[in-house]
Design a binder for this molecule. Structure first.
Ligand code: FMN
Length: 364
C-alpha cells in the first residue's frame, strides 16, 4: 500500500484521509461495496444491549432506519468479515448503556483490525432517555473511564461527538489522557481539537473538504453526501491525492489572518504590524520575541534561511503556497527550492512552533 499520507492510529493505517461516517440502517457491508475508495469506512451505528436495541426498535417504528437484530454481535461479526482485508480501514460505531457490551464489541473490533467508535453523537430522544449518545458528553469522568476500559482491550478508540455541546477542550484533554486515539468531530461550522482529528459535517465537494482540511483535520468524513451519491468518495479521494502530490501538505492551515489555526503561524510575517498574529500569539501564550527566535533559529542552515528578494530577508517569514508571490518565488529560485521542498520545510517549521506551545495554557 502506498504511504502518501503517513496516516496511522495504533494498528490502523489509513490509505487516504477520506472516511465514510456511520449512518444507522445504511452503512453496512452492502453499502461498503460502493465506497471502496475510502480510507476509512465506519459500519453501524449498532445498539449493543437490550435498552439500546429497544430504543432502536422504537426509532425504526417511527420510520427512521436502524440496524435491528436479535443477535447483534453475530451481525457485527459477519459484517466485519465481509468488509475486512479490502485495503479500507474499518470502524464500528456503537452505543450501549453500560461498559460490558462496549468491551465485547471492542474485542471484536480488535480481532478484525477495526476501530471502535463510541457514539456520543446521537440525539434521538429514545437514546437520550436512556443516557446514550450525545448526553454522554455531559459526564466526562464516566466517559474517560469508559475510554480507559476500552483501551485495555488494545482496540483503537474513536469518539464521535458534536462540538459546542460541552467544553470541548476540557473534555478532550481528559480523554486524551485516558487513551483516546481519535476524535471524530461533527464540527457544524467550527474548528476542532488537538488529538488525531477527524472532521465532519456537510462536506459535499472540494471546497467544503478543503475548508475542513485547512481547519486542521487529519481526516474528513462524509455521510449524507455519500448516501445521495457514493461516487463523491472517489472524487474527494482524487482531489485530496492531487493536493498531497502537489504540495505534500493536504491539510495545510490557512493564513492566521484568514482564520487559520495556530499551525498557520508558519506563514506569518515578523510580529511588527498591528495584525491578527498578535491575537494568535496571545492565544498560544507565546511571546513575540520568542516566536521570532523560533522561526529564525529553525531557518538557520536550511534553504529557508536566506530570501534576498523577500520582504524580510528570509523565507521563514513567507506566506502560503496558494498565494503567488514573485518575491518569494525569486528567492526560491535563487535557493533551488521547489514548491514541495518549500512546503515540507514550512510544515516542519509549524511543528517546531507547535512544539514550543504549552498546550495546557492555550487560550480557547
Ligand atoms: C441517516 C443517518 C443516520 C446516522 N446514523 C448515525 C449513527 O448511527 N451514528 C453516528 O455516530 N452518527 C450517525 N449519523 C451522523 C453522521 O455520521 C454524520 O455525523 C452527520 O450526518 C453529519 O455529516 P454529513 O453532513 O456528512 O451528513 C447519521 C446520519 C444520518 C444522515
Amino acid at each position: 500500500m502506498s504511504d502518501l499520507y503517513n496516516l496511522h492510529a495504533g494498528y490502523l493505517k489509513f490509505r487516504n484521509p477520506v472516511a465514510v461516517a456511520s449512518m444507522a440502517g445504511i452503512t453496512d457491508s452492502a453499502f461498503f461495496e460502493q465506497c471502496k475508495d475510502a480510507g476509512l469506512y465506519i459500519l453501524g451505528g449498532y445498539s449493543l444491549d437490550e435498552p439500546t436495541m429497544q430504543a432502536s426498535k422504537a426509532i425504526a417504528a417511527r420510520g427512521r432506519k436502524e440496524f435491528v437484530s436479535d443477535d447483534i454481535f453475530s451481525l457485527i461479526e459477519s459484517e466485519l468479515k465481509k468488509v475486512s482485508g479490502k485495503g479500507v480501514a474499518i470502524g464500528i460505531n456503537v452505543r450501549a448503556t453500560t461498559a460490558g457490551p462496549m468491551i465485547r464489541a471492542a474485542e471484536l473490533a480488535k480481532k478484525y483490525g477495526a476501530l471502535l467508535e463510541i457514539n456520543a453523537h446521537c440525539r434521538q430522544e429514545e437514546m437520550a432517555a436512556i443516557g446514550v449518545g450525545e448526553v454522554m458528553l455531559k459526564d466526562r469522568i464516566r466517559l474517560a473511564r469508559l475510554v480507559t476500559e476500552l483501551k485495555s482491550t488494545g482496540v483503537v478508540v474513536s469518539l464521535k461527538m458534536r462540538t459546542g455541546v460541552v467544553d470541548d477542550v476540557a473534555l478532550l484533554r481528559l480523554l486524551e489522557k485516558a487513551g483516546l486515539d481519535i476524535v471524530h468531530v461533527d464540527a457544524m461550522g467550527r474548528g476542532g481539537a488537538n488529538l488525531k482529528e477527524h472532521g465532519n459535517n456537510s462536506i459535499e465537494g472540494y471546497e467544503t473538504a478543503q475548508a475542513m482540511y485547512s481547519a486542521g483535520s487529519d481526516m474528513i468524513s462524509m455521510a449524507r453526501a455519500v448516501m445521495a451519491g457514493p461516487k463523491i468518495v472517489k472524487s474527494i479521494v482524487a482531489y485530496t491525492e492531487d493536493q498531497q502530490q502537489m504540495t505534500g501538505w493536504y491539510n495545510a492551515p490557512s493564513h492566521i489572518c484568514r482564520g487559520g489555526d495556530l499551525r498557520g503561524l508558519t506563514w506569518c510575517c515578523p510580529p511588527i504590524k498591528d495584525c491578527p498574529i498578535h491575537m494568535a500569539l496571545r492565544r498560544a501564550n507565546l511571546d513575540p520575541e520568542k516566536f521570532a527566535k523560533i522561526k529564525l533559529n529553525f531557518g538557520k542552515g536550511t534553504p529557508l534561511e536566506v530570501g534576498t528578494t523577500t520582504c524580510f530577508g528570509s523565507m521563514v517569514w513567507c506566506c502560503k503556497f496558494n498565494k503567488h508571490c514573485y518575491l518569494r518565488e525569486g528567492s526560491m529560485e535563487e535557493n533551488n527550492l521547489d514548491m514541495k521542498a518549500y512546503v515540507a520545510l514550512k510544515k516542519k517549521l509549524s511543528e517546531e512552533i507547535i512544539k514550543n506551545i504549552d498546550k495546557e495554557r492555550v487560550i480557547t
